[in-house]
Ligand binder design. Structure first.
Ligand code: PLP
Length: 384
């Protein structure tokens, strides 16, 4: 199989990640539950992973790295834990349902004043719209770092300046940015950064988390065993325990930790550069084929761009249903892609693809030019 669905999850993981999970399953006890060798081994693994994640994102406080089972859970914790009844909240058309559905829910149950920055028909957001919508009453802004549909990158630094001028809190969905580019949460001015372990970080599914800037208060969302302060009735107040009741996925976290070693050894800059070259090559070739329409902003494709672009190219062939094209790619050519709506309803509406959907090709550090050529040739055949 030629796997070009890395935006959904990276299938090919470094062997060191798989070995770390297996080794952890053989050796680790329950982190923070006692002091024998097996539990200490798990506790050390989890602590080391917090430190490595903090360093990867240039974040100062490892104890404020909270582990979750994916970015959906991290985003739900952040959104439900900071937004209060009646708050004004600004988000964007580029969001995934992991942001939209929690916000729509709060609109119903907490009567929040929810506003959206609109995307244009290339999926781009206009910074001046943030200036218009984020006012003195705005409490929270939730923004996708990189669209999982177009691969467009939102200008988090400029958005953060606008958010902080109004003393609001900025939550960033880093699902597509973590591991695929250097993310410096301090430089970008992010208050809460949510990430998932199984995409660009090359970790196992069931891992993810959020980085919570010192001073940002997120309400506990689940309560239970923590291994500390057992006689207190309330969930312990300090991070990470406040948000991490119950046994952690320390087997997965061991894999995530090994994945971060892989990223550091390879160099996130090198990963980004390679993925951008693959994307450029694929874009330039598929746009030569009659009947192919690519979505998103590729004005950068011949030139350098300060924001860059994710390794994602979404397209349609003529007016064919995206599901049928993706099935043909899979059944006739052995190529895995993702059709349909990509959990991004507002962006599909902005692009005009609500009914057709789109076929998303997404690459990883392990994708080869031979695989891209096979996909380009398959598209030529389908289009003709
Ligand atoms: C932009 C974006 N946000 C959120 C998610 C949810 O990620 P997960 O399923 O790992 O929680 C995804 C995954 O597709 C995504 O691409």
């Amino acid at each position: 199989m030629i796997y070009l669905d890395n935006g959904a999850t990276t299938l090919y993981k470094p062997d060191s990640v798989i070995d770390a999970v297996v080794n952890a399953m053989r050796t680790q006890g329950n982190a923070s539950r006692g002091a024998h060798g097996a539990t200490l081994s798990a506790s050390r693994t989890v602590y080391d992973a917090r430190v490595k994640i903090a360093k990867l994102f240039n974040f100062d406080t490892p104890s404020n790295v909270i582990f979750t089972c994916n970015s959906t859970e991290a985003l739900n914790i952040a959104i439900n834990g900071v937004i209060k009844s009646g708050d004004r909240v600004v988000s964007t058309d580029t969001e995934h349902n992991s942001v939209l559905r929690p916000l729509y829910h709060l609109q119903k149950v907490k009567n929040i004043d929810l506003q959206f920055v609109k995307a244009d028909n290339s999926g781009l957001l206009n910074i001046s719209d943030f200036e218009k919508l984020i006012d003195d009453k705005t409490k929270v802004v939730v923004v996708n770092h990189i669209s999982n549909l177009t691969g467009n990158v939102n200008d988090i630094k400029r958005i953060s300046e606008i958010v902080h001028n109004k003393n609001a809190i900025l939550i960033v969905d880093g699902s597509q940015s973590a591991g695929t580019r250097n993310v410096d949460v301090k430089e970008l001015g992010i208050d809460i950064y949510c990430f998932t372990g199984h995409k660009g970080l090359y970790g196992p599914q069931g891992t993810g988390g959020l980085l919570v800037k010192d001073g940002i208060e997120i309400d506990a969302w689940k309560r239970g065993g923590s291994g500390v302060k057992t006689y207190e009735e309330e969930q312990p107040h300090e991070y990470p325990t406040r948000l991490e009741a119950g046994t952690l996925n320390s087997h997965g976290i061991a894999g995530l930790s090994a994945a971060i070693d892989f990223l550091n050894e390879t160099g996130v800059d090198n990963i980004e550069k390679k993925e951008l070259e693959l994307t450029k090559y694929f874009y330039n070739e598929v746009t030569k084929i009659d009947g192919i329409k690519v979505y998103g902003d590729f004005s950068w494709a011949g030139v350098d761009t300060p924001l860059g672009h994710a390794a994602i190219v979404s397209l349609n062939v003529k007016d064919y249903d995206s599901g049928e094209v993706s099935d043909a790619l899979s059944n006739d050519f052995g190529i895995a892609t993702r059709p349909g709506a990509h959990c991004a309803p507002r962006l599909h509406i902005a692009l005009g693809t609500k009914h057709q959907g789109a076929v998303r090709f997404s690459f990883s550090y392990f994708t080869t030019y031979e695989e891209l050529d096979a996909a380009i040739n398959a598209l030529k055949e389908i289009a003709s």
